[in-house]
Design a binder for this molecule. Structure first.
Ligand code: R1P
Ligand code: URA
Length: 374
């Protein structure tokens, strides 16, 4: 039987599972690696402490696959989301409601390369633009017909978190095997397209008016080097969240208030009681004085060269995912997360356990899946 979801604005089950990812507070760590492919998620999860036998695994009926475990003792989640902006949007928004305090999210994804460098190279972009199809353009018209509209649009750039970006670049550089022949770029720009085909300049049987698209992109965007489909949306959501929430709003006031049963006289005035679960529901985000940045970065593996038309081999894919995944895991586990974010709602309600864990670790153990892991 399908679950019953409450609240059309932000649907969740009575026990506060989000609509598409199926997760709830306590199942997702503050440090997250996001990938597009289930097998990549699983091979990274296999490198967590104790391997796959020691992780929490949850696959939603929408195809999102989550692993939560520990890396060198630090809780960390890996999520496979599939492809494109909409899936990145589901992931960031729904996980935001399952995690209190600061979040650090690193995408480890594949991409196409626009420079004449070997496939298997890595790029850690310092910015990303959105490259999107313009639906107001008449794609059925002849290419030569003059139209007021351009067939594609390029957005202004969105940026990663500088410290997380540097941590990822340092980590992959240090971890690269001696035999590695690829390049590691850290100051190039990425373009995230809304299609693998038309808005990445691939020619198919559809009339896409894209034969000059890559040339145009290179002319318009200085230092552009990679094309993929999610990084821009991750950087965009993370940076607008951080700018608008860093001082005034609690990260997950929608969910974590709801996931805890708060005595009525301590409940914020704006919340209402959910009869079924006995939990407090906060239908609108509710300001608290905690800091709650979302820090984001992207590590991109160049699987396809748009210059030589070469594609990476399965063996090289496995090797690259393996060592770069290990490097990203270790660096993310070590990456400091703001102490002020740790003093969040969960911690304020469970101050004794916060002291026991130390404020450097914002992952509360109470009710979490990692509390019972090795
Ligand atoms: C297209 O083949 C997919 O590969 C890239 C693109 O962004 C798109 O999602 O990333 P992943 O390998 O993470 O899926
Ligand atoms: N992913 C993309 O989106 N494009 C490529 O060319 C390769 C991987």
């Amino acid at each position: 039987m399908r679950d019953v979801f409450l609240d059309a604005n932000f649907p969740r089950t009575a026990d506060k599972r989000v609509y598409h990812l199926g997760t709830r507070a306590g199942e997702v760590a503050n440090r997250i690696i996001t990938v597009g492919h289930h097998s990549r998620a699983q091979s990274i999860a296999a490198q967590l402490d104790g391997g796959l036998d020691n992780v929490f695994r949850l696959e939603s009926d929408r195809g999102f696959l989550l692993f939560t475990g520990k890396c060198n003792g630090v809780p960390l989640s890996i999520i496979s989301i599939g492809m494109g902006y909409p899936n990145m949007d589901f992931m960031v928004r729904e996980l935001r409601e399952c995690v209190d305090g600061e979040m650090a999210i690193v995408r480890l994804g594949s991409c196409g390369g626009l420079l004449d460098i070997p496939v298997g190279s890595l790029a850690i972009p310092r910015a990303s633009v959105a490259l999107t199809r313009n639906y107001d353009y008449d794609f059925a018209a002849e290419e030569s017909e003059s139209q007021k509209e351009q067939p594609y649009r390029i957005s202004k750039p969105a940026f990663p978190d500088e410290e997380l970006h540097t941590a990822m670049h340092t980590a992959v550089n240090a971890a690269k095997p001696a035999s590695y022949k690829g390049h590691i770029l850290h100051d190039t720009v990425n373009a995230s397209a809304d299609s693998f085909y038309s808005s990445q300049g691939r020619i198919t049987s559809f009339p896409d008016h894209n034969s000059n698209l890559i040339e145009w992109l290179i002319k318009e965007v200085e230092y552009v080097a990679t094309l993929e489909m999610e990084t821009f949306h991750l950087f965009h959501l993370a940076s607008i969240w951080s700018r608008s929430n860093s001082l005034t709003h609690s990260a997950s006031s929608l969910s974590l208030q709801a996931s805890l049963t708060v005595p009525p006289d301590h409940a914020p005035a704006s919340t209402s009681l959910d009869e079924a679960s006995g939990a407090r529901l906060g239908p609108t985000p509710h300001p608290t004085p905690t800091s709650s940045k979302i820090r984001a970065a992207s590590v991109q593996m160049i699987f396809a060269s748009r210059v030589s038309q070469e594609m990476i081999t399965p063996e090289d894919t496995r090797a690259l995912e393996d060592w770069s995944g290990r490097a990203v895991l270790d660096a993310l586990a070590k990456f400091p997360i703001s102490v002020s974010a740790a003093c969040s709602l969960v911690h304020r309600l469970h101050r004794a356990s916060t002291h026991a864990q130390g404020m450097q670790n914002p992952h509360p153990n109470i009710g979490s899946v990692w509390a019972s892991l090795k």
